[in-house]
Design a protein around this ligand. Structure first.
Ligand code: ATP
Ligand code: MG
Length: 500
């Protein structure tokens, strides 16, 4: 321990016993009994000091990995070259890493080499931010050479350990980590640290899309996503991996909106519960508005921005390497975010078709988005518009009828179709099933075995004659998918107060 540095006791023995699982304490004890130093480090120390239960436990020691492996019966050599051994305990895995420093980062991401060292202070100095550069020993004493405790609890700031410029140049992922910790822990980024983000933002291109995605997801689902996104705009971080969103900056809308497209997106995210797909959909729902803007008689319109936006969303999320399931869900929500507007003269069949298009499992999410969208417009009272409320009532009514909204709700299945039509498996089965659904969406009374079997026979004969079967009518907006983005007004949509 460095001379003259006192180590305050920040957790009493009782608190330690209560907050640190026995299995983790035993790992520290086993190392100490063997004559080594052992500390809790990183995120778990931060969380203990904030009085939050840590998600995982990291231990730092001066014992070399081989010595650590010899001390514990169940270990996994996670990253021996970097000094990390995972000790498997009954309380879960504990990562034990040898004190180390990192040398030269020529690729702005990974150290060229690591070197084991004898002192915890040296190990802490390689860590990114002061709040992450604290260590706690088994007696509850804190090693805090950079003022992390005060930064965490008093100044409430994310501050780089050492010179921010060089720390960001070493590892560009830290640029996003700074924003992420600020967003998750509700801290400010220290001005000097913040000043070094912008000039180094372009180094983010050295970071893999997957790492960017993981940090971005945590930022988007954090408790202060709007502020974090604004910081990422101002520091040019967003320009590196999501420039499409910046197209909305300063794009004024129309009488229905108080804010520009960008601010509206931030407010939408902030008013959505912290689930990744919902938050991404809120962030991206109007991403195509700038590209769809047309001015007619002095009025600004964004025709079909949900269609263009769905395409844009897919390409953005693919680039960021989101899993297909996440992408499909977000794209669907963006594509459908205008659907909960009541349209004039909607028949019950049209309402059933709408439910079919949205998918029952997406209805609640769409409603959540609709509410966030409305709040984020800045000048509309009430959680939902009259039009939306009327549509929801009609949806409730068709749902209560126990109608069919998908192939699985039909009174017959593919086997029945093959048997009745006398055909084998093939595309004709699907075509007939879809045609049956169309018939049932028009008239739910047809959803009985005998009625559908009659229809199957009719459709099979029609197919034999080479005739086409009923198919879903294209939506007005669908035309825009193949044609240009800004086609023309969508007739018949009611409650214009609530969209554009
Ligand atoms: P969380 O687990 O909530 O993301 P954490 O602080 O535990 O937070 P990890 O990524 O698990 O973050 O890393 C553990 C510790 O390792 C950090 O607290 C920090 O001390 C150090 N660390 C992690 N990544 C970096 C990095 N890119 N540069 C410097 N130090 C880092
Ligand atoms: Mg961690």
């Amino acid at each position: 321990m460095a001379v003259g540095v006192s180590r305050p006791q920040v957790l009493c023995p009782d608190c330690l016993r209560r907050r640190v699982p026995a299995a983790v304490r035993r790992v520290l004890g086993t190392l100490e009994d063997a004559g080594w130093q052992a500390y809790l480090v990183g995120g778990c120390v931060r969380d203990l000091l904030r009085d939050v239960g840590p998600k995982d436990w990291d231990v730092a020691t001066d014992a070399r990995p081989e010595a650590v492996m010899a001390l514990f019966p169940r270990v996994r050599p996670t990253g021996i070259a970097h000094g990390t051994v995972t000790v498997l305990t009954r309380g879960g895995p504990v990562e034990v890493t040898t004190f180390r420093v990192e040398e030269a980062y020529t690729d702005h991401r990974h150290p060229d080499a690591v070197r084991f060292v004898a002192e915890i202070e040296a190990d802490l100095s390689r860590r990114d931010f002061t709040i992450n550069a604290m260590a706690l020993d088994s007696g509850g004493r804190l090693v805090d050479p950079f003022g992390g405790l005060e930064d965490l609890l008093i100044h409430r700031r994310v501050r780089a350990v050492g010179d921010p410029e060089s720390r960001f140049r070493e590892d560009a992922l830290r640029l996003l980590r700074a924003v992420r910790f600020a967003a998750e822990l509700d801290l400010e980024i220290d001005p000097q640290t913040l000043a070094a983000v912008g000039p180094n933002a372009s180094l983010l291109t050295h970071v893999s899309a997957e790492r960017v995605r993981d940090e971005f997801s945590r930022i988007v689902t954090s408790r202060a996503p709007g502020r974090a996104l604004e910081v990422m705009r101002q520091t040019d971080l967003l320009a590196q991996f999501l420039p499409e969103l910046l197209e909305g900056v300063g794009v004024e809308q129309n009488i229905h909106h108080r804010y520009d497209v960008w601010t509206h997106a931030l407010l939408s995210v902030a008013n959505t519960p912290p689930r990744l797909e919902l938050r991404l959909a809120a962030l991206l729902h109007d991403v195509a508005k700038p590209r769809c803007l047309v001015v007619e008689n002095g009025e600004r319109h964004f025709y079909h921005h949900e269609v263009v936006g769905a395409h844009l969303t897919r390409s953005v999320l693919r680039r960021l390497r989101y899993p297909t399931a996440v992408i499909d869900r977000v794209v669907h929500l963006v594509r459908r975010h205008m659907d909960l507007h009541h349209q004039r003269d909607m028949s019950d069949a049209a309402v059933r078709r709408l439910v079919r298009r949205i998918g029952l499992e997406h209805l609640d999410d769409l409603l959540v988005l609709r509410r966030a969208d409305r709040i984020a417009s800045g000048n509309k009272p009430g959680a939902v518009s009259r039009g939306t409320r009327r549509l929801l009532e009609r949806i409730d009514r068709v749902l209560a009828e126990d109608a069919a909204f998908g192939l699985k709700d039909l009174a017959v299945d593919g086997h029945d179709v093959m048997r009745v039509a006398g055909i084998g498996p093939g595309p004709a089965v699907g075509r007939i099933l879809n045609a049956l659904l169309e018939a049932v969406l028009d008239d739910p009374g047809l959803n009985t075995r005998p009625a559908l079997e009659d229809l199957v026979r009719q459709y099979a004969r029609a197919l034999e004659r080479g005739e086409a079967l009923p198919r879903p009518a294209p939506e007005p907006a669908e035309a825009a998918e193949s044609a240009t983005a800004a086609a023309g007004p969508d007739p018949g949509r009611e409650g214009r107060d609530d969209h554009a």
